[in-house]
Design a protein. Structure first.
Length: 171
């Protein structure tokens, strides 16, 4: 029972840490991801400025790269926790990173600042507004848990020990 309780507690710590880091990840993305600039005419019609559509890819790439760093760090830190290594912790790493990435996705979209060009409407002068950065659809969340399980699996394969170097428990 003590071993099972230790696994549950360590899983809760990993999931809790991933959600907290996911919130930080979403906040960081909302601050550094570029928005797309639009030209708004006097009649309220608008269009994107030339080459600004690259920012859509850039904001997705920034989110994915931050997720990559978080996934590698989470999988490596979890691997260093020797007493809970194994298949159960591999599943926890995947689930925790998925939950952390989803937290970052949702929180980042809420915190991202920008002006929707459709809300500007008619005005006496034309203007240029910057829309909030976009993340596309929720599939961008899949990158982080996929990288995390790949790193954890690599570490398991590199270890090569049947017991994964877990400390022996007294019977």
């Amino acid at each position: 029972m003590n071993e099972e309780l230790r696994l549950w507690r360590s899983g809760a710590v990993v999931v809790g840490g991933a959600v907290i880091v996911g919130a930080l990840q979403g906040w960081l993305w909302s601050r550094i991801a570029p928005g797309e600039q639009f030209f708004v005419n006097t009649d309220g019609s608008f269009g994107g400025l030339p080459t600004e559509s690259y920012h859509q890819f850039t904001s997705i790439a920034i989110f994915a790269l931050i997720g990559l760093v978080v996934a590698v760090a989470a999988a490596t830190l979890t691997w260093h926790w020797r007493s809970v290594r194994g298949a159960a912790m591999a599943l926890v790493v995947v689930g925790a990173n998925g939950l952390g990435a989803l937290t970052a996705y949702l929180l980042g979209r809420v915190l991202a600042s920008g002006i929707d060009p459709a809300t500007v409407g008619n005005s006496s002068t034309a203007s240029i507004v910057t829309a909030a950065p976009v993340l596309g659809n929720v599939m961008v969340v899949v990158v982080q848990p996929a990288i995390a399980i790949a790193v954890y699996t690599f570490l398991v394969a590199w270890n090569g020990q049947p017991g994964l170097d877990r400390p022996q428990t007294a019977a």
